[in-house]
Design a protein around this ligand. Structure first.
Ligand SMILES: Nc1nc2c(ncn2[C@@H]2O[C@H](COP(=O)(O)OP(=O)(O)OP(=O)(O)O)[C@@H](O)[C@H]2O)c(=O)[nH]1
Ligand SMILES: [Mg+2]
Length: 609
């Protein structure tokens, strides 16, 4: 029996995980009465809450005597580091494109990666059921995209299906009967070449993903490159440069079967399996029979472009809500993350008890922070900053540039062009995209876009869609003016009261509610002017009679602008921090005492002179 290994790739939300649901159901993988959640492959909590795939995952189904190994990949650009690596373990790719949205920046990115690896993708025009679907037009756009990014003749001759992964059908022609996924299953078997691998050669496999399992420890997933993996066999692992990492035994072999993993005794070249038994080996390492001397080549991953400093929480409220607070614990957790997640880099920062964590974008780093706070960590996080480089030839300073695509109603087009322009973005193209909308294309420095998304949503009344994609490094575009107002800073610690907040409301929008524990130096709101202002959120009404508290409660406050993690990260200035605990997100000044802040300011002014 052959293995047909393929990955499903697309822009975010185009329906990959929903398609996998259908492939699982329609291949008879589930028992008749089995309860299965929607988007079953999005199994971790944050994936389910956000409705996006964060980690690539494998599954496997049988179809007419063939085994199809399927890899569901994340579509969000921040998690693109996964996709490049995943594609090296498959022989086919299904490129999904939303029949209304058409090809989007991440469609282009993942398709380029697939084409570069020599894969011949299958194209699915998905969501044909959408009332605004324009499948024929989108099909032509996909063809143009393939041509524009240098597809070979064979790749350009891609087979296409029209589908609705939600309704559970795929069809060769738009007027074919819309029955089931059989046309897709059959096409995969015909079009995705069976995974080859020299069955006679000694066992070798490239580790492609890493997870930790509480029972078996490290679990490494990859495709068997050659030979046969047998339970309890001796193996040796090598890093990509050929250095031997460890000698060990395969204590567990796991095959993917639907949503489960089943223990197996052996697996042959071409199959995708998970193994346990190694303690040091990680992603991109080769695991092989000790007779194998050369590691399997692996692909280089694009470097991170954005970094944040993760430090211990040293606020007056530190250690009250989390149980993992020491720099030793934070250090161990971050280095463990970087090991399995190749798109994340970690190094000790200059300051004490702090680490620079670099990744692909704000969302990727926010997800890491969110995961850590759920595990009980407390952290303080600095403002995100881009990673600059120096041009080796000219000595010029380079910064990351992104391609931005915006779909927006006509009436908001002006404000978007203006705002991105202020951030030194250059408009490349404006096209009407139907229904009174325009599609705008920009190139803009990542630096200017940090924190812009919230403003974009406000400016477009929540109707705009923006997607961003790393384009490359280019010469520094010059200063971009920060345009945030000053902060309202608590001048003492204690419990905030409604009476005081009511007075502060006229200074600007508040971030806290009455009853919030505050400390000196904590940011409790935004000043309506440019400068920071120290305020007292604790001040009680003068007690002239006994029943003042009930009056106090009767004060009607404007609902505060409570900070989510992502909002907070996008909001903080260079001299501020986000305090993260399992229960709270607080904003604070780095220097809590007004005295220290004044001194730092004076020093900065002196230095500038
Ligand atoms: N109308 C319609 N909606 C669909 C279809 N397929 C998926 N959706 C919806 O589109 C949304 C995103 O679906 P997912 O399957 O999570 O998309 P994805 O490509 O896996 O998203 P990421 O993994 O985050 O990149 C969900 O709300 C789905 O219900 C379809 O064929 N038609
Ligand atoms: Mg998904």
């Amino acid at each position: 029996m052959g293995f047909h290994n393929f990955a499903i790739i697309a822009h975010v939300d185009h329906g990959k995980t929903t398609l996998v649901d259908q492939l699982l159901h329609q291949s008879g993988t589930f028992r008749a009465n089995q309860q299965v959640q929607e988007r079953a492959m999005d199994s971790n909590d944050i994936e389910r809450e956000r409705g996006i795939t964060i980690l690539a995952k494998c599954t496997s189904v049988a179809w007419k005597g063939h085994r199809l190994n399927i890899v569901d990949t994340p579509g969000h650009a921040d998690f693109g580091g996964e996709v490049e690596r995943i594609l090296s373990m498959v022989d086919g790719a299904v490129v999904l494109v939303d029949a209304a949205e058409g090809p989007m920046p991440q469609t282009k990115f993942v398709t380029m990666k697939a084409l570069a690896l020599g894969l011949r993708p299958i194209v699915i025009i998905n969501k044909v059921d959408r009332p605004d679907a324009r499948p024929v037009e989108v099909h032509n756009m996909v063809f143009d995209l393939f041509a524009a990014i240098g597809a070979s003749d064979a790749q350009l001759d891609f087979p296409t299906l029209f589908a609705s992964s939600k309704q559970g059908w795929a069809a060769t022609h738009l007027d074919d009967a819309r029955q089931d996924m059989a046309p897709l299953f059959d096409l995969i078997v015909r079009h995705v070449p069976p995974s080859k691998g020299d069955a006679e050669a000694p066992f070798a496999m490239l580790a492609t993903t890493l997870e930790y399992d509480s029972y078996v420890g490290r679990v490494l997933t990859g495709r068997i490159h050659s030979g046969t993996a047998r339970l309890n066999m001796n193996v040796r692992s090598m890093s990509p440069d050929g250095r031997v990492i460890e000698q060990s035994r395969l204590t567990k072999l796991l095959a993917f079967r639907g949503l489960e993993r089943v223990a197996i005794e052996e697996a042959v070249a071409g199959d995708i399996i998970a193994i346990a038994g190694l303690t040091e080996t990680t992603v991109a390492d080769t695991i092989a029979d000790p007779a194998v001397a050369q590691p399997i080549p692996t692909i280089a991953i694009d470097p991170p472009t954005l970094a944040m400093t993760f430090a211990i929480n040293d606020s007056p409220q530190a250690g009250k809500e989390g149980d993992k607070v020491t720099s030793r614990m934070i250090r161990a957790r971050l280095f463990r993350e970087a090991e399995g997640n190749v798109a994340i880099h970690v190094r000790e920062a200059d300051g004490k008890d702090a680490f620079d964590v670099a990744g692909r974008g704000e969302l990727q780093l926010a997800v890491l922070i969110e995961t850590m706070r759920r595990e009980g960590y407390e952290l303080s996080i600095g403002r995100p900053r881009v990673i600059f480089k120096t041009d080796p030839a000219t000595g010029q300073r380079l910064e990351p540039i992104e391609e931005i695509q915006v779909d927006v109603d006509d009436e908001y087009t002006g404000v978007v062009i203006e705002k991105i322009g202020e951030r030194r973005g250059e408009l490349q193209d404006v096209k009407p995209s139907g229904g009174g909308k325009n599609r705008l294309a920009f190139r803009a420095p990542t630096r200017g876009l940090i924190g812009y998304h919230g403003e974009f949503l406000t400016d477009t009344r929540g109707t705009g869609i923006m997607s961003r994609l790393f384009h490359g490094y280019a010469p520094y575009k010059g200063p971009i003016e920060g345009r945030r107002n000053g902060a309202l800073i608590a001048n003492a610690g204690g419990t905030a009261v409604a009476y005081a907040l009511w007075y502060l409301e006229e200074r600007g929008p508040l971030f806290i509610e009455p009853g919030t524990q505050v400390y000196e130096g904590m940011i409790i709101g935004e000043h309506s002017r440019g400068n920071d202002l120290e305020v007292n959120p604790l001040k009680q009404k003068q007690l002239t009679n006994i029943r003042t508290t009930s009056k106090d409660e009767a004060i009607r406050l404007t609902p505060p602008r409570l900070m989510t993690l992502e909002r907070a990260i996008a909001y903080v200035a260079d001299d501020e921090l986000v305090e993260v605990t399992p229960k709270s997100i607080r904003l604070r000044k780095k220097l809590l005492s007004p005295h220290d802040r004044k001194r730092a300011q004076r020093a900065a002014v002196a230095e500038a002179v």
